[in-house]
Design a protein around this ligand. Sequence first.
Ligand code: ZN
Length: 133
Amino acid sequence: MKKIEHLGIAVKDLEASNRLFEKLFGTPHYKMEEVASEGVKTSFFLAGPNKIELLEATTPDSPIAKFIEKKGEGIHHIAFEVDDIKAEIARLQKEGFVVLNEEPKRGADNKWVAFLHPKTTNGVLIELCQERV
Ligand code: ZN
């Protein structure tokens, strides 16, 4: 894994949170994107070199809706950039991690993504992501 690519934060109201994080970082979000297959609407901010993704549920059975129902708003996942997502998935499965997506899927921000089940990573949802070329 190369570096933290972004942090994902689950929010109830993306418009309100966009205004809040714009005040916090002193700069507006640079992109919004809906990932219909995941039932989420996202927006992205840069704080210096660090990327923050805000996620709002668009359907009641979206993973974000379920997360907020159980835990409330807050940090939802940590995303790590990898060079070869398929090789990382295979490596991590061999190491005993539960990978939620055996095949990488299309995520927001032009990425291939796969998630590790938090039960095998100390309660932290981890996203692997690779730039789509
Ligand atoms: Zn993410």
